[in-house]
Every structure is written in structure tokens, then in C-alpha cells.
Write a protein that binds this ligand. Structure first.
Ligand code: GLU
Length: 288
């Protein structure tokens, strides 16, 4: 990878469970490439989901990483400590007329698109937002706000794309190390939620602000986040942030061909360690 004056990498797990081999792959690749470019590696805990994230998982993650031989520069950034920063970012987008409150539940969205043939889905598989709340008047918004605890905030993607003079692109490293230019396609996300009902933030918003505030120059993460980069590039353009270089590495799959994930009960490093696998065994499997 091309080094920059000071190359900065980050590994950004969500502490809602233990690390599995897929995380080990990402952390080890970050460490390896950071070393090649004389860069720094940072650790960020993406712990916005208060219900699922736990400090004992954070401790276990750091312990597993240290055991694997991955080291990072302090301080560790914890997203839950930066809610004000995300709120300020939302304020900037709101001031430009790019956000609107959305009172719909997931079921409301499903109902609104039911029966519409071939209704498109976003890259995560959720139906694109049909725009129900996009043009509510202030009076309607106030009336709705009385029945709902708090609205989510969505990005008006068409307006946002219009405000960016050129279609965003990014530099992506292939597995062969060759740098390619990728044209971003943020429209595929539709009016994405940037602030959830429970917190004034979302993964997409926080990741963009954090990468900028932490001075990240190289984002090394799994291919499952490739499509998200289209949206992240649009947000970076709106905030006038420089684009990092990206490398979306291949993923690890289980014997049934499913992507390793906590949600399918992928075996944790912690379990491997309890079964006396060595660090070398884990590195070999993670980088296979
Ligand atoms: N927190 C995300 C995850 O655990 C990674 C986000 C990123 O690297 O941008 O999948």
C-alpha cells in the first residue's frame, strides 16, 4: 500500500460478542499492512448499540488481540463517549436541509412497500425507504412527534448527491496490491438512517466522523463493507473530509458457505484458546 506521511490504520470491532477468526483476519491484516507502511494502528470500539455492547466483551477483545500479537496505539476510541460529536455532525447536515425526521417503524416500511413489485433493497437487504416521511410539513412532524418517543433521522440521498459536484470515487487496493479507482454509488442506499431513534448516531455517520477525527488514512476491513464505502464517500464529500485509501479484504466462510459472523455462532477465539489452539494455529487459519 502507498504510505502517506503518517499512515494511520484502525481496527474497529463492535464489542457485542467475542472475536472470531474473521476479526482476527482483519486485525492481523491491519497490523501487517501498517507495519509495511510504517504506519500506526488504532483500536476503536464501535459500541453504539447500548443493548448489545458490553465492557466485558471490550476487555476480552483487547485480551484476544494482545494474545494474537496485535498491538495498537492508545487511546482506544469508544464511540459511546463521542455522542456529542455525532450530534454536531448531524447538525451540519440538518442545517443544509439534508436530514428529515422519520417516524416509521420497520413494519411501517415493510407495509408501505408490500405488493409493490420488485421493490429494491439496499445492500444490507432492507427495502429502500419509500419516502413516507420525506415531505411531512413542520406541523405534521410536530403532530407525529407527539405519538412517537423519538424519530430517526434519514439522509435525503437525492439532495445529498445533488450537493456533491462530482460523483465520489475511492482508491481501492486489490488482493494483488494494485490500486484501482472505484466510482461510488450512494443512491443504492436510498434515504439511509443516520440517527437512530435511540441515539443521535448510526454506524455510517459515526464511522465517517471517527475515521476523519482519528486521521485514518487507510481503511482495511472486510468485503462485506464494500458497498457501505459508497455511502461513506458521499458523507466524506458532504463534510469536506479527505478520502482514505481502502482495502476490503476477502472474508472467511464456514463449511456451509456462510460468512463467519457472531450471528451464526462462529467459534470465538476465546473458545479456540480454551481448546489449546496456539497463536500460530489461529494466525494460519485467519490468514488462510
Ligand atoms: N464495527 C464494524 C464491524 O465490527 C466494522 C466497521 C468498519 O471497519 O468500518 O463489523
Amino acid at each position: 500500500m502507498r504510505a502517506q506521511k503518517q499512515s494511520i490504520f484502525r481496527f474497529a470491532p463492535s464489542p457485542n460478542g467475542y472475536l472470531h477468526l474473521g476479526h482476527a483476519r482483519s486485525a492481523l491484516l491491519n497490523q501487517e499492512i501498517a507495519a509495511q507502511t510504517h504506519g500506526k494502528l488504532l483500536l476503536r470500539m464501535e459500541n453504539l448499540d447500548e443493548l448489545r455492547c458490553r465492557t466485558d466483551y471490550e476487555t476480552a477483545i483487547m485480551e484476544d488481540l494482545a494474545w494474537l500479537g496485535v498491538s495498537w496505539q492508545l487511546p482506544v476510541r469508544r464511540q459511546s463517549e463521542h455522542i456529542d460529536t455525532y450530534d454536531a455532525g448531524l447538525g451540519q447536515l440538518r442545517a443544509r436541509g439534508l436530514l428529515y425526521p422519520c417516524f416509521c417503524s420497520r413494519q411501517d416500511v415493510a407495509k408501505a412497500v408490500a405488493g409493490r413489485a420488485n421493490w429494491p433493497c439496499d445492500p444490507d437487504g432492507s427495502p429502500l425507504y419509500p419516502g413516507t416521511c420525506r415531505h411531512l410539513s413542520l406541523r405534521e412532524q410536530q403532530a407525529r412527534a407527539r405519538d412517537v418517543v423519538a424519530p430517526a433521522y434519514r439522509l435525503d440521498i437525492a439532495q445529498a448527491i445533488k450537493l456533491v459536484p462530482q460523483r465520489p470515487e475511492w482508491h481501492e487496493y486489490g488482493p494483488d496490491g494494485v490500486l484501482k479507482t472505484v466510482a461510488a454509488d450512494p443512491a443504492q442506499w436510498g434515504d439511509v438512517i443516520l440517527a437512530r431513534k435511540d441515539i443521535p448516531a448510526s454506524y455510517h455517520l459515526a464511522v465517517v466522523l471517527d475515521d476523519y477525527l482519528q486521521g485514518v488514512t487507510h481503511v482495511v476491513r472486510g468485503q462485506d463493507l464494500f458497498a457501505a464505502t459508497s455511502l461513506h464517500r458521499l458523507l466524506q464529500e458532504l463534510f469536506d473530509y479527505p478520502a482514505p485509501d481502502y482495502f476490503h479484504h476477502t472474508l472467511l466462510y464456514d463449511v456451509a458457505g456462510r460468512k463467519l459472523a457472531k450471528s451464526i455462532g462462529a467459534k470465538s477465539l476465546w473458545q479456540f484458546r480454551a481448546e489449546h489452539y496456539t497463536k500460530e494455529d489461529i494466525i494460519r487459519m485467519a490468514l488462510a
